[in-house]
Design a binder for this molecule. Structure first.
Ligand SMILES: CC(C)(COP(=O)(O)OP(=O)(O)OC[C@H]1O[C@@H](n2cnc3c(N)ncnc32)[C@H](O)[C@@H]1OP(=O)(O)O)[C@@H](O)C(=O)NCCC(=O)NCCS
Length: 167
């Protein structure tokens, strides 16, 4: 799917592929410390080979991920969104989204969120769960935008969010 962000930057959103390992590692390395902390709730210097395999060699049934790449430079991953089904509750999946700092606030997070929600519905995932820092307003708004109902449970510095997906 092609998309023009509010800044005019053109991106392509597509499912992640096994050959995205180096692109994903490079994208992670470009993220600011603040974005890494918000995405992983911890500092995370670099992804191991095992983690890169886990993140790119997915089954598209219980684990789905989309990347956004620049249209003018498809080697540059500028956003990633994924969900992983909860084996104990197959209608639930843990979701996570990250957008490269240079493109924050231009609608890409919301588009990635909508893309993974579109992939979730036909695979019988009805809700996304996520843990985020309580002051992460952008993430909360994003999950609110893609859901019919949003439950937020405060737990100290973090919020546990349950987003019931719109049908
Ligand atoms: C959260 C994140 C993915 C949002 O992506 P984005 O492309 O910047 O977001 P969008 O431009 O699509 O905006 C999504 C919503 O957040 C709001 N928003 C964006 N940046 C904001 C900011 N800095 N402060 C407050 N609200 C903000 C937008 O207004 C929009 O809400 P609306 O639709 O109600 O107007 C991005 O900020 C990010 O990568 N953060 C670090 C990682 C992270 O926090 N991941 C979430 C944990 S799973």
């Amino acid at each position: 799917m092609e998309l023009t962000l509010s800044s005019g930057t053109e991106v392509v959103i597509r499912p992640i592929r096994p050959d995205d390992k180096a692109r994903l590692a490079a994208a992670m390395a470009r993220l600011s410390d603040d974005s890494v902390r918000k995405r992983f709730l911890a500092p995370k210097p670099r992804l191991s080979g095992t983690e890169l395999r886990y993140l790119t060699e997915i089954d598209y049934i219980d684990h789905w991920a989309e990347v956004a790449v620049l249209k003018r430079d498809p080697e540059a991953i500028v956003g990633v969104a994924r969900w992983i089904r909860d084996p104990r509750d197959p209608a639930s999946a843990e979701a996570a989204i990250v957008v490269g700092d240079a493109l924050h606030g231009q609608g890409l997070g919301r588009a990635l969120g909508a893309a993974i929600a579109d992939a979730a519905r036909p695979r019988d995932v009805r809700r996304f769960t996520a843990t985020m820092l309580s002051d992460n307003v952008a993430a909360q708004r994003l999950f609110a935008a893609i859901s019919e109902r949003l439950l937020v449970e405060h737990d100290g510095a973090t919020d546990a969010v349950v987003a019931e997906l719109a049908a």
